[in-house]
Design a protein around this ligand. Structure first.
Ligand SMILES: NC(=O)c1ccc[n+]([C@@H]2O[C@H](COP(=O)([O-])OP(=O)(O)OC[C@H]3O[C@@H](n4cnc5c(N)ncnc54)[C@H](OP(=O)(O)O)[C@@H]3O)[C@@H](O)[C@H]2O)c1
Length: 201
């Protein structure tokens, strides 16, 4: 697809992920930071990025994280379901990142696409909701927004083993996207409220 777009000079938008990084440290990753995926998903996404760049056309690679929405399966919907069924939940508290409403990603991509159609440069950028938080604190915010009394207990990732290793640090430095396109990090509290309202409706 990137090669076909390049052949026609059409800007190509590619959604990528914080999983291209190794998740070490506690500082936000800038777009130029060395990549080091921990698993097959991150490796395949990184290959996608490499392929898009190699196609040689105008492109925007937008790395995002912790995508949430009223649609599809995602953390917000899982928490709302479990929060309605249980009195308490154990949620990992040592993975930190920016929950990102899918609608905000769509808005950002539209803004960037319009600018690129008028000649703006693309490149590799980061876009994540603000402020950075842990899954556990995000779960608490979800319960509060939905009026659920389910208690969230902090646990370390080591107590929640998954087949694939997940990065502890998913913080993304999104300042380059603001400078290039005037696109700011969206406040995920607003997006969360919209998602809960959409699900209620
Ligand atoms: N979820 C996250 O937290 C997260 C974080 C960072 C980046 N991302 C990136 O965001 C993008 C979307 O992720 P997601 O979590 O929303 O994934 P998802 O829920 O699995 O949705 C993927 C979508 O792609 C469609 N699709 C898959 N293979 C396709 C194919 N061969 N041809 C056409 N359509 C195809 C699927 O169609 P069907 O519905 O018909 O299967 C589905 O609508 C991915 O690039 C992912 O790497 C996601």
């Amino acid at each position: 697809m990137a090669r076909a777009a390049a052949a026609k000079g059409v800007p190509f938008l590619h959604i990528s992920t914080d999983y291209v990084f190794d998740g070490t440290g506690d500082q936000p990753f800038v777009p130029g930071h060395a990549t080091g995926p921990l698993g097959a998903y991150g490796r395949s996404k990184l290959k996608g990025e490499v392929g898009v760049r190699a196609a040689g056309g105008p492109h925007l690679i937008l790395r995002t994280s912790w995508v949430v929405s009223a649609h599809g399966a995602n953390f917000v919907k899982t928490m709302l379901r479990l929060g309605g069924e249980r009195e308490s939940l154990n949620v990992v508290a040592d993975q930190i990142g920016g929950p990102t409403p899918a609608a905000a990603i769509a808005d950002a991509l539209l803004t960037a696409a319009k600018a690129m159609t008028h000649g703006a440069n693309g490149g590799t950028h980061h876009f994540a909701g603000s402020p950075d938080t842990s899954w556990a604190d995000f779960a608490r915010a979800i319960m509060a927004e939905a009026g659920l009394s389910c208690q969230i207990r902090d646990i370390p990732s080591s107590d929640y083993p998954t087949p694939a290793r997940r990065p502890l640090n998913s913080r993304l430095d999104c300042s380059a996207l603001d400078i290039a396109f005037g696109i700011r990090r969206p406040d995920w509290h607003v997006g969360l409220r919209d998602i809960v309202q959409e699900l209620r409706a």
